[in-house]
Ligand binder design. Structure first.
Ligand SMILES: O=P(O)(O)O[C@H]1O[C@H](CO)[C@@H](O)[C@H]1O
Ligand SMILES: O=c1cc[nH]c(=O)[nH]1
Length: 235
């Protein structure tokens, strides 16, 4: 077991889906995986390993925000030999041509977090980006299942409730599609330790229009995203 994950070596597949919400991890394991086994409940951050179309896959909750997601990404890669990490999350849209339920693949992740400023002594604005192979596979998987997918940059924010909505307007002017809270850290840590990472998101809110999905829309929208994530993981 690592500091924050209760599994033994070998309990976790080389390919991991990483939702923020541990209950989404449980729902994915119960809905999409066969023979799923829960390998960790430490801090309630559930993780499961099962098979999808005969291939071994794990799904691990990562919590909210970059400090939490960093811990799980670091330990999965360095303590359990995970090779690819696919975040599947919800996001708030900034682009006016996005709608609730739309699926996004994050090619790159701007951030207001200080984590990378600390890493590089404030001397470099490191650009956290997706693994190109995973990104291409996700786009192909989305096309194969008939789910439109929008590829573009996103913002990984430290705060869910922002005091600076004006910054969101500026970012939208620069083509940033949506806001979530983990991708920049996941991309950075995967790059640092030689693993692949991708973030796939479902638009659960539209920040500029003040819209939010109801629970039925959420389930269907998230299902499409999860299927893309699983198809990408096993490709
Ligand atoms: O739906 P998840 O994966 O938790 O992702 C988004 O939802 C949470 C905020 O509500 C943050 O973790 C954000 O990144
Ligand atoms: O981080 C997030 C996730 C969903 N919706 C938001 O507005 N922000």
């Amino acid at each position: 077991m690592s500091v924050h994950i209760g599994g033994k070596p070998g309990d976790i597949a080389e390919r991991v889906l990483l939702p923020g919400d541990p209950m989404r991890a449980k729902w994915i394991a119960e809905t999409f995986l066969e023979d799923a086994v829960c390998y960790t409940q430490v801090r309630g951050m559930l993780g499961f390993t099962g098979t999808y179309q005969g291939e071994r896959v794990s799904v691990q909750g990562s919590g909210m925000g970059m400090p939490s997601a960093s811990i799980y990404t670091h330990e999965l890669i360095n303590e359990y030999g995970v090779k690819s990490v696919i975040r599947i999350g919800s996001c708030g849209a900034l682009a006016m041509d996005l709608n609730l339920g739309d699926v996004i693949a994050a090619i790159g992740s701007a951030t207001d977090s200080n984590m990378n400023r600390t890493r590089f002594d404030g001397l470099v604005d490191y650009a956290p980006v997706a693994d190109f192979g995973l990104l291409r596979t996700a786009v192909e998987a989305a096309e194969a299942q008939g789910t439109p997918i929008r590829v573009g940059p996103i913002l990984a924010a430290d705060a869910f409730y922002t005091d600076r909505p004006d910054l969101y307007d500026s970012l939208a002017d620069y083509g940033v599609l949506a806001v979530e809270m983990e991708s920049a850290a996941i991309y950075t840590i995967a790059a640092r330790y030689g693993a692949k990472a991708l973030t796939i998101l479902t638009v659960s809110d539209h920040i500029k229009r003040g819209e939010a999905m109801d629970s039925a829309q959420r389930e269907q929208g998230f299902s499409n995203m999860v299927k893309i994530g699983l198809a990408t993981a096993i490709a």
